[in-house]
Design a protein around this ligand. Sequence first.
Ligand SMILES: Cc1cc2nc3c(=O)[nH]c(=O)nc-3n(C[C@H](O)[C@H](O)[C@H](O)COP(=O)(O)OP(=O)(O)OC[C@H]3O[C@@H](n4cnc5c(N)ncnc54)[C@H](O)[C@@H]3O)c2cc1C
Length: 321
Amino acid sequence: MARVLVYCELLQGEPAPVSLEALTLARELGEVSAVVLDPEGERAAPALGRYGAGTVHLGADAAYRDYLGQPAAAALGALVQELDPDLVLLGATYDARDLAARVSARLQLTLLANATGVVPSGPGFAASSTIFGATQAVLTELRGRSPLVLLRPKSVSASPAGEVEARVLPLSLPPDAPRGPRRLESVVAAAAGPQLEEAKVVVSGGRGLQEASNFELVERLARLLHGAVGASRAVVDAGWTPYARQVGQTGKTVKPDLYIACGISGAMQHTVGMKGAKHIVAINRDPDAPIFKLADLGVVGDALKVVPELIAELERRGVSA
Ligand SMILES: Cc1cc2nc3c(=O)[nH]c(=O)nc-3n(C[C@H](O)[C@H](O)[C@H](O)COP(=O)(O)OP(=O)(O)OC[C@H]3O[C@@H](n4cnc5c(N)ncnc54)[C@H](O)[C@@H]3O)c2cc1C
């Protein structure tokens, strides 16, 4: 049976959603062990067991919190050398991208970034991803020992495996591990409402809103629906709203129950980040806009009229933010 090592991260003491997604995928591919490099990692071990990790290699050295990338790369590299897994899966977070690149360079291992899935292929594995600005889907055979794969968030739905108790094995920081740049301060962004990637409802705005001040309509509708605000790259580039809200190939991938696209054309680079939504509603004044090909409900009309009417109707029905 193939052995899959999953690098798991914590977000405010809890396993990051993308780590649980990676564990869920890993369960389909072989026997799963997890590695956590975080002083608070022990708290997360039971949850990692529930999502399929039989073993959790726990590095709790404060260096992982205090220094960027390098101590973690030394520890993960040493563990990969020792275990020689058939596959190493990491959720594609900013930190994991840095880490995977370092480990790949250090050990000369294959690295595939931005994967949307992994399947068995011959004696090894193949990973799916998109290329050429998300216009082509490809399946890439992973060659060499212990290939590293960065899994895009929301490519897989996380689901627990049952009440499995993970064996926790301490992992020490290699004595010669370099420290590198030190983290001086860590600030959690104050965010109102649900996180974009986890929200059940996402209301997104695009260039069809005509000008920055109209983006507020999208924010009001999202608040009323207790949802998160998303955006196309066009309006992020124009400075109407922060990059953290960008949905798509070079932004975030969302999988809400409801995605409302207001004045968004539906370019492939946008839809790759939201096509997994259960229900898609599109408001666009061009009946031929590509977004309508994906939409479950399409409203051909002026978003500057339709969105205020929607807001007024919700308020008339007593819905409040
Ligand atoms: C390498 C690469 C990566 C990219 N990554 C991303 C990404 O991550 N996310 C992303 O979004 N894009 C990305 N893009 C850009 C993408 O190709 C599109 O340019 C972008 O998504 C367009 O944004 P938009 O739909 O808001 O604007 P437009 O394409 O300008 O579309 C505006 C739409 O609004 C409609 N409209 C106009 N007025 C109104 C109105 N009053 N009411 C209703 N509808 C109206 C129009 O009919 C049109 O369909 C990327 C591009 C490249 C090359």
